[in-house]
Design a binder for this molecule. Structure first.
Ligand SMILES: Nc1ncnc2c1ncn2[C@@H]1O[C@H](COP(=O)(O)OP(=O)(O)OP(=O)(O)O)[C@@H](O)[C@H]1O
Length: 220
């Protein structure tokens, strides 16, 4: 059984058929990269995998849950618990420290005692080489450090899967390489599963599978 199974995903905006029937199976512990020309539909597909958007047709199963049969409220809870997101622009909250930002999904989730949330946040920031930056505000961190805080935030609730959309798109090449290595380290050490949309061919080449999207279809 796959960790994630998407089948027959179709989505249109107005008369534009952006996704034309896409299937994707992802195994536990896999790192899958999706590449393709601008406008191919990669972000639209990733948003659907992340339950941020609903398809017109098709199904997504994550850990055996048929996600879109859930009501919006249940889906929001499921998303917070099971899915970690990393975007090109990290969207850290400017008035909160690195630690507070990393802990945010734990506070939203509301199931873990605060002590445990803080413990997990500190452990993750430590793992990501940010032990000495926990009490800094985002504005006091470099771009690479900010993106690593976003990675810690994505991992806080121990998600089943992390979805990343151009995660290194805003980083210089050195920081990009470090971030990419971090993904594989997390996979190797914790079995974390990733689906990553990227234009970065070095990252795509390192992935277990490099899939190509074109005009709303998955080519390989
Ligand atoms: N909310 C929206 N309303 C209307 N059209 C949209 C919307 N979101 C995306 N589109 C269109 O859908 C198509 C696919 O967009 P998408 O962002 O999924 O592509 P992409 O492959 O991720 O591109 P890029 O590599 O440039 O990020 C594009 O033609 C885009 O203009």
């Amino acid at each position: 059984m796959h960790l994630l199974q998407a089948s027959g995903i179709r989505r249109k905006y107005g008369s534009l058929q952006v996704l034309k029937g896409i299937d994707l199976d992802v195994a536990q512990g896999e790192v899958v990269a999706i590449v393709g020309a601008s406008g191919a539909g990669k972000s639209t597909f990733l948003h659907i995998l992340g339950t941020l958007d609903r398809p017109e047709e098709g199904h997504v199963f994550i850990e055996n849950t048929n996600v879109f049969t859930q009501k919006d409220k249940d889906l929001a809870r499921f998303r917070n618990e099971k899915i970690g997101f990393i975007f090109q622009f990290h969207n850290l909250l400017a008035e909160f420290t690195a630690l507070e930002n990393a802990c945010m999904p734990g506070y939203i989730h509301g199931n873990m005692p605060e002590r445990e949330i803080l413990k997990r946040g500190k452990e993750l920031l430590d793992l990501l080489g940010l032990a000495h930056r926990m009490n800094h505000l985002p504005s006091q961190l470099s771009g690479g450090e900010q993106q690593r805080v976003a990675v810690a935030r994505a991992l806080l609730n121990k998600p089943s899967i992390v979805l990343a959309d151009e995660p290194s798109g805003n980083l210089d090449s050195q920081n990009a390489v470090e971030l990419h290595q971090l993904f594989f380290r997390l996979r190797n050490e914790t079995g974390q599963t990733f689906v990553i949309v990227t234009h970065n061919e070095d990252l795509a080449g390192m992935a277990d599978r490099r899939l190509v999207m074109q005009d709303g279809l998955m080519l390989s």
